[in-house]
Design a protein around this ligand. Sequence first.
Ligand SMILES: N[C@H](CCC[C@H](N)C(=O)O)C(=O)O
Length: 286
Amino acid sequence: MKLRFTKMHGAGNDFIVIDAIHQDVSFSTEQWCRLADRRFGIGADQILVVERPTTEGCDFRYRIFNSDGSEVEQCGNGARAFARFVSDKGLSTERSIRVETMKGIIAPRLEEDGSVTVDMGAPRLEPGALPFDSAGLDGLLEGTDTTWPLQVGGKTVFVSVVSMGNPHAVQVVSDVESAPVEQTGPEIEAHPRFPKRVNAGYMQVVDRHHICLRVYERGAGETLACGTGACAAVVAGIRRGLLDSPVRVSAQGGELSIAWAGDGTPVYLSGPAVTVFEGEIEIGNT
Ligand SMILES: N[C@H](CCC[C@H](N)C(=O)O)C(=O)O
């Protein structure tokens, strides 16, 4: 079958976006992987699928597939691209929309300056939300209840665990450029204390309103930016008394802005959403 798609990115985190309202899109894991493959397919970190809503009061349903074919709960950079896509394609005439995901409802808003701001919902910090197996660990590091000692590469690293719908383990490093992302990212992603795996964040605190961040993403490897990773890092930094909202997040692919007013309130993610090209691809039946 011929599949129409749009290639997009948000701060270098790149996506294939598919209108599944006007196309039949029910692919196997292998087909998702082939589409995302940078040599045998189109190439992307994630594939974003636009569907009709199943929840009252929502405008769309938003499904997310990592490049390894795994379907996941949330994608922050993708939410901005999603909002730009449905507007540009005339699927919505509203500047603000409500979108249901596997884990909750998000609300992207198209801004006058071309950026997109997303209400990503409230973070969850209890280990069971990720899930994270904290059995036998003494998590109260520096008086926080989000930071836990994790055995990685024969050493103990202290990670803050935050769920933005999807799971994040964020550590503070002195310099992101020299952080062991490639060496320890895969081990943290697949760590047995994260039964559904985890996104591994490495955050350098520049000042109380600015961090640099790298993320080794679950199911995709290191990406040039990670929206939910930026949310999780700022939440962790604020709770550890290192940051004050709003926070500028410098990723390798661009800048994001995060605002959070504290426990029980939503995290707001702002940043770019760029269309790169439109395309069609012939995809086999298996
Ligand atoms: N790899 C993530 C999904 C994509 C998140 C990221 N691209 C973002 O912008 O939030 C996971 O498996 O939870």
